[in-house]
Design a binder for this molecule. Structure first.
Ligand SMILES: Cc1cc2nc3c(=O)[nH]c(=O)nc-3n(C[C@H](O)[C@H](O)[C@H](O)COP(=O)(O)OP(=O)(O)OC[C@H]3O[C@@H](n4cnc5c(N)ncnc54)[C@H](O)[C@@H]3O)c2cc1C
Length: 751
């Protein structure tokens, strides 16, 4: 039974993974607050550290050196990570509205979503310029510009709008990068500033240094130029009463920070320019319990220029106040400094230090800046051992099938008290379930069981799966679990018809249980809706942990049924998706997986096998299965044995999810892997193959894995090409079926 202190009583929701919130999660990871559950809603899983961004642009750092990976940090803090974007707030009902998932309720809310450059309604600016934020989109857009520079024969004109420290630093960093990446290119930079001086918030001495550097590097500086219009090739600027036009090939926008327009419509008190107005505790003036920090917040009593330094400084104070607010304790005021030290790089591993009248320049300043920045990043990369080491219970049991239920029930995981009928009724009322003519008695009918009509000439296919959550986002888990369960139906060549859900939700106050059940079911409903299956009933209970499964049935025309046992010598083996979910999620638990690897694995798990199954049927597939918990080799053997054939499989050809090989190389395996490895005796040339980097992939348990099919050789290349066109981009031919040889060891690995 879960300890009373582990029961979730308050939901602290953090929106945005910016500079202040990384400190909050570190603080809660170091000292968790009993009963307080953290959830991070973030648009990006890798968040850039502003101090190193110009150095990254200039080519001095790698992507990982300048981005905080929010997934391991979330794990460290015991914080759920919802990869989504806030698009609004329902303040009356205490809910964050997201782009791609149901609203997220909060007890305490904190917003740190940064800002974007102000386009100030200038016609054409939004359409034709590349804003420096969001940074990921800027970097992608810059990649395109770089390619255009490379392929341009004459001079390439880059205009940068914004003469603050960010604009100046970015201009000389981009110039430095191009000198290295496109040495033969002729590039002319033009910097436009509305103010009559660049770096207007810095001292004259600092300004002079930058004016000298820009002049040495032949950057044309146009101060006192107010850009008024942008077309696809020209920008128009007003200067001393004259209207001037400048041609450009690429236009970069890095003006003052602006808040997203929707913030002002949330009902929170905002400043005239749309930022959330907060008090000395970083709490909203209008809505106690809602906090904001970083660029998106303006402290009414202590307004400061928007900067990463300010956001960083606010982090620890914000953490203290979020903790206090969660416990209804008095808040602690935060008084920001008036002057910050700014270390502004000059593109070439040199920098200028600026604070008040101080202006120091040189490579030593860069080394100092580099040391400070790297030390900051280290705080979020090399996290201390988690509070309470990872235990066996923390490790994932991906793709665990029915056999796991008994073990779970023994731990009290699946057999807790039933969730109250009223809670279930409320949840079901919130989930859109379309009525279907063939469902005679369904989930909304108060009967003992569901009744579904079956057309004649068809056979009914049944399958069940149930497993513990591999992600801490119930909505995402519901979608993945449903997709996983549907895989077996597709592998049989059947169409899903109806599903029964089995859910176990962690103990807690009724409202928390209801929300978890709702998110789980809402996620499952999305996947079921896509499949055309009706959710006709289910069973839910409280348990020690989140677990979910579905019992799905489908219909197939009698002659169309695909079996495991139809492989024929000469066939090619086709695998529909890349392997590696087991090792990746085991690594995620240990904070060893990169956020983008997990993102890609989640995307793969959310991809339905429906279209792949249709494609395989069209290409005359003889046998098929869905790869799940027993791993590739286990499933292959289940096909080989009834088919009485041998198989040659190419290890090099096994498609792997990003990062899977790295995680395996670190010796990180799913807890189900050892069970799967027992099947290795079926490999004829085991001794030779054992050291191959992809060998452990054979045993890696998959959640919502791809289809494995035996396809006539003549159709196999066309089949893979079609699968790739249909979005199964990593599908591949991984081997061939041969005449039976050694029944005890029917698999030969081609090295
Ligand atoms: C080129 C350049 C160089 C700079 N250099 C410096 C410098 O050297 N020093 C300095 O102090 N400042 C610098 N700045 C300013 C600095 O980048 C910002 O002040 C700082 O990033 C603000 O931090 P933040 O925490 O408010 O937001 P951010 O760091 O922008 O983080 C916001 C986070 O919220 C997420 N997010 C955004 N919208 C949503 C949403 N709707 N829902 C969910 N998540 C969302 C984003 O994915 C991101 O992770 C520079 C700016 C630029 C453009």
């Amino acid at each position: 039974m879960q300890a009373q202190s582990d029961i979730v009583r308050k939901d602290l929701v953090l929106v945005g993974g910016g500079h202040s919130h990384v400190a909050v999660r570190r603080a809660f990871g170091m000292r968790p607050e009993p009963g307080v559950r953290l959830t991070l809603i973030t648009r990006d899983v890798h968040t850039p550290y502003s101090g190193m961004l110009p150095g990254y642009v200039a080519g001095h750092y790698s992507f990982d050196e300048v981005h905080v990976d929010l997934r391991p940090l979330a794990r460290f803090a015991g914080c759920r990570l919802y990869h989504d974007e806030m698009v609004g707030l329902d303040l009356a009902n205490h809910q964050v509205l997201c782009r791609g998932r149901p609203p997220v309720p909060y007890d305490v809310l904190s917003i740190d979503i940064g800002s974007t450059p102000d386009e100030n309604g200038i016609p054409g600016a939004a359409e034709y310029s590349l804003p420096v934020k969001p940074v990921d989109r800027f970097l992608a857009g810059w990649g395109v510009i770089e390619r255009r520079v490379r392929s341009t024969a004459g001079t390439f004109h880059i205009a940068v709008v914004g003469g603050g420290a960010g604009g100046v630093e970015l201009t000389i960093s981009l110039q430095h990068r191009l000198a290295a990446s496109c040495p033969a290119a002729q590039v002319q930079f033009r910097l436009f500033s509305e103010t009559d001086r660049i770096l207007p918030t810095h001292d004259t001495r600092v300004r002079r240094k930058f004016i000298r550097i820009l002049s040495e590097r032949q950057v044309s500086v146009h101060t006192g130029h107010r850009v008024t219009q942008v077309t696809d090739e020209h920008l128009t600027a007003l200067h001393a009463g004259a209207v001037l036009s400048f041609p450009y090939d690429a236009l970069i926008w890095t003006t003052n920070a602006a808040a997203p327009g929707w913030i002002a419509r949330t009902g929170l008190t905002t400043t005239a320019d749309g930022f959330i107005e907060v008090d000395d505790f970083l709490q909203s003036f209008s809505h106690p319990g809602v906090f904001a920090a970083g660029d998106i917040a303006t402290m009414r009593n202590h307004p400061r220029a928007k900067s990463g330094v300010m956001a960083v400084r606010q982090g620890p104070a914000l953490a203290v106040n979020l903790r206090c607010a969660s416990k209804s304790e008095p808040l602690v005021p935060f008084l920001p400094q008036h002057h910050f030290l700014a270390l502004i790089s000059t593109g070439d591993r040199s920098a200028i230090a600026s604070r008040g009248p101080l202006a120091l320049e040189g490579t030593a300043v860069w080394r100092w800046k580099d040391w400070i920045d790297r030390r900051w990043m280290e705080r979020y990369r090399n996290l201390p051992s988690p509070n309470g080491k990872i235990t066996a219970a923390d490790l994932p049991t991906e793709g665990a099938a029915l056999s796991e239920i008994s073990a779970l029930a023994m731990r009290g995981g699946g057999g807790g008290p039933k969730i109250a009928r009223t809670v279930r009724a409320r949840v079901l009322a919130r989930i859109p379930i379309a009525s279907r003519a063939d469902v005679l008695i369904g989930i909304r009918d108060a009967d003992d069981a569901a009744v579904v009509e079956v057309p004649s000439g068809h056979v009914m296919v049944h399958t069940v799966d149930f497993f513990r959550a591999i992600v801490d986002d119930p909505y995402m888990f519901g979608r993945i679990a449903a997709n996983h369960s549907l895989g077996d139906i597709y592998a049989m060549g059947a169409q899903p018809q109806s599903a029964l859900a089995i859910a176990s939700v962690p103990f807690g106050p009724e409202a928390k249980i209801e929300q978890a059940l709702y998110e789980l079911m809402a996620g499952a409903a999305v996947a079921l809706e896509e499949s055309g299956a009706a959710l006709v009933g289910g069973h839910s209970s409280e348990g020690a942990e989140l677990a979910f499964g579905l019992c799905v049935n489908g219909l197939a025309e009698r002659g169309q049924l695909l079996r495991k046992g139809g492989m024929r010598p000469g066939d090619r083996l086709i695998l529909g998706k890349a392997l590696g979910t087991g090792t990746l999620f085991a690594a995620d638990m240990r904070r060893q997986a990169r956020g983008r690897w997990i993102d890609a694995a989640l995307e793969s798990m959310l991809q339905s096998n429906r279209v792949a199954a249709e494609c395989l049927l069209l290409h005359g597939t003889h046998a098929c299965t869905a790869v799940t918990g027993v791993g590739l080799l286990g499933h292959l053997l289940e096909m080989i044995r009834p088919s009485q054939v041998d198989v040659e499989m190419e290890l090099d050809g096994l498609p792997a999810l990003d990062g899977a090989i790295d995680c395996l190389a670190l010796g990180i395996f799913s807890s189900l892997q050892p069970e799967n490895v027992r099947l290795r005796r079926a490999i004829r040339n085991l001794d030779a193959a054992g050291g191959h980097a992809r060998y452990p992939l054979l045993f890696d348990p998959q959640t919502a894995g791809g289809l494995l099919a035996s396809v006539p050789e003549a159709n196999s290349a066309a089949c893979v090409a079609a699968l790739r066109r249909l979005g199964y981009t990593q599908s591949a031919i991984i081997g061939r079926v041969s005449e039976p040889g050694d029944a005890a060891a029917p698999v030969t690995l081609v090295l």
